[in-house]
Every structure is written in structure tokens, then in C-alpha cells.
Design a protein around this ligand. Structure first.
Ligand SMILES: [Zn+2]
Length: 306
């Protein structure tokens, strides 16, 4: 028996380009990189020649290609496929989300990591907070999660929705006893769509989200039981953006994603993770909770070595 209670916080920031993250002032993320470990990889999908727009109902039909012998993943580099891969630990050809239309999701077969954690260990408390309502509506983060705080950034406004999401998550971490928590922030993507990732407004959005992350970590560290807890923190994104703003296609700027992993109170030395993929996030979170991998889950990802 471990003397510590293992807990996990996964924070997702939509459309966050790693090169911009490194160039801009984001002190909390910089601290997590220097005390944790991090790396980048390229999404194994992207639709060439498709519009670099993102709308909630957009559907790109998945063309059947019976001649394809190998595994070809047909998907736009959009939020639906990205967050579904982060949630489930499998790629779009398995979870079925290839754009933001969520036409045929397979979340019964490939549930999110919070749902898997709860199935494996019913005593765990799971929580998810997000400003993109589709993640709840289509079940990327499913109804079996104990606490779901859902706002609609399209109607509330993304900056306002993120603020309320962050406040709700902060209060939850301070006052409740969750074991596994997911928090989604979306304004970086909204700003990049409108103005591209090289403008001062994108820097402001990143700095704001960085400050929210700092408040979440402060809330964790201030928990009365913190000294008996072992928190693994993962930060990631779902896709990048082209310089002029937008995604969906196959450029390196759209396909490059990152994972930052840290253990609070434990210096991992700022090392490099070897090509961490979005599908590794869910297995890493489950492993941190002590939930063993099950081959029957057919996951594409594996726990990152921290
Ligand atoms: Zn996105």
C-alpha cells in the first residue's frame, strides 16, 4: 500500500502552438516544464485541401477506401478528433470523431479516461470542467463522470466561459476531494482563429490561461490533505494553427502538439519526453492513478515514463 493517495489533473488548452508557448511569457507553464518533463509530436492525421475553418456542425465524410492495407487515419486536425483522442487514448479511426460534427462517435467502446478510472475503481471521484459543450453533448467526456461543469463558449463567450470554468475547477479542487480532474480552456483557439497565433491578443489569451493554471495548482497545493497526496499534472493541446490562423489540414504547424507532465512536489528535472502523443495522455493519467492497462481496451497510447 502506498502512503500517498494518487491524483491526476489534466488541463487542456485548445489550439495552443508549442513554439508560441515557448516564445511567449507563460510562467506557470515554464515552471511545469522545468520541474516536469515535456515533448512534442505530430498528429498522424490531417485533411489536405480542406478549409481551415472550424464550425460546430462541420462534417467531412469519411470516404471508404477498401484498398488501404495499412492503417490510414482520415481526420481533420480539429478539436473534436483531438480532444476525443486525448480523452480516450485511441486515434480517430477508432473513436470515430473525424471533425467537429461528431457524426458517429464510438465512446461506448472507447470511453474517456475518467470513465475508465471510475469503472476500474468505483470509489474514485472524477470531475470535468469545460467551455466547449460538445465534449459533454457527444460524450467525449461521458455522463458517468461524477461532476461535469459544462459551459458553451459559443454563447457565453470563450474568455468568459474559460474564466468561469477555471473558477469552478479551482473551487472544486479546494473544497471537494476529486481523484481525477480534466479542465478545458478554449480562448487560445478562438483568438487564433480570428487573428492568428502571432498577435498580442494570442499572447494575452495564453497568459490568462497560464494564470488560471497557476490558480488551479495553488488550490491543489493548499489542500489540507496535500501532504498525503501525490498529484500528477498533465497539460496538452488538441492541434496547432497555421500562421494566419486556422487548422484542419496537414501542415507541421497544425499537426504539432505537446504534452507537459509534472509531479507536484517532485522535481523530474525538466527532461524531454520522447514524442509524447495525444493518445498517451489517457493511459498516463490512468497509470498515475494506479489503474492497470487492460489489453482488451485496445488503446493506441501507452503511459509516459515520468
Ligand atoms: Zn481545437
Amino acid at each position: 500500500m502506498s502512503a500517498f493517495t494518487s491524483k491526476v489533473l489534466v488541463v487542456g488548452m485548445d489550439g495552443l502552438r508549442f513554439d508560441r508557448l515557448l516564445a511567449l511569457d507563460a510562467p506557470v507553464l515554464a515552471e511545469l516544464r522545468s520541474t516536469g518533463a515535456y515533448g512534442t509530436s505530430k498528429l498522424p492525421y490531417g485533411e489536405a485541401g480542406t478549409p481551415r475553418t472550424e464550425s460546430p456542425g462541420e462534417v467531412v465524410p469519411k470516404a471508404p477506401e477498401p484498398g488501404d492495407g495499412g492503417r490510414v487515419i482520415r481526420s481533420r486536425t480539429d478539436s473534436g478528433p483531438g480532444w476525443s483522442s486525448i480523452a480516450t487514448g485511441v486515434w480517430p479511426d477508432k473513436h470515430g470523431v473525424v471533425d467537429n460534427g461528431f457524426a458517429s462517435p464510438q465512446f461506448q467502446k472507447f470511453p474517456d479516461f475518467l470513465t475508465r478510472a471510475k469503472q476500474a475503481r468505483p470509489a474514485l471521484t472524477t470531475s470535468a470542467f469545460f467551455s466547449w459543450a460538445s465534449l459533454a453533448e457527444y460524450g467525449a467526456f461521458g455522463p458517468a463522470i461524477d461532476h461535469r461543469f459544462v459551459l458553451d463558449g459559443y454563447t457565453v463567450g470563450w474568455a468568459t466561459a474559460d474564466k468561469q470554468v477555471a473558477q469552478a475547477a479551482e473551487r472544486h479542487l479546494a473544497e471537494e476531494d476529486p481523484d481525477a480532474v480534466f479542465v478545458y480552456l478554449g480562448d487560445t483557439d478562438e483568438v487564433a482563429h480570428a487573428l492568428g497565433p502571432h498577435c498580442p491578443e494570442y499572447a494575452d489569451a495564453l497568459r490568462t490561461q497560464d494564470a488560471y493554471l497557476g490558480r488551479l495548482l495553488d488550490a491543489v497545493r493548499a489542500r489540507p490533505s496535500y501532504r498525503q497526496e501525490r498529484w500528477t499534472v498533465l497539460v496538452t493541446t488538441d492541434h496547432g494553427h497555421v500562421d494566419e490562423g486556422g487548422h484542419g489540414g496537414t501542415s507541421d504547424e497544425e499537426r504539432t502538439v505537446f504534452v507537459i507532465a509534472a509531479r507536484l512536489g517532485d522535481d523530474l528535472g525538466g527532461g524531454r519526453l520522447a514524442g509524447p502523443r495525444l493518445v498517451d495522455v489517457a493511459p498516463t493519467a490512468l497509470a498515475a492513478l494506479g489503474v492497470p492497462m487492460d489489453r482488451s481496451w485496445d488503446l493506441d497510447g501507452a503511459p509516459l515514463e515520468l
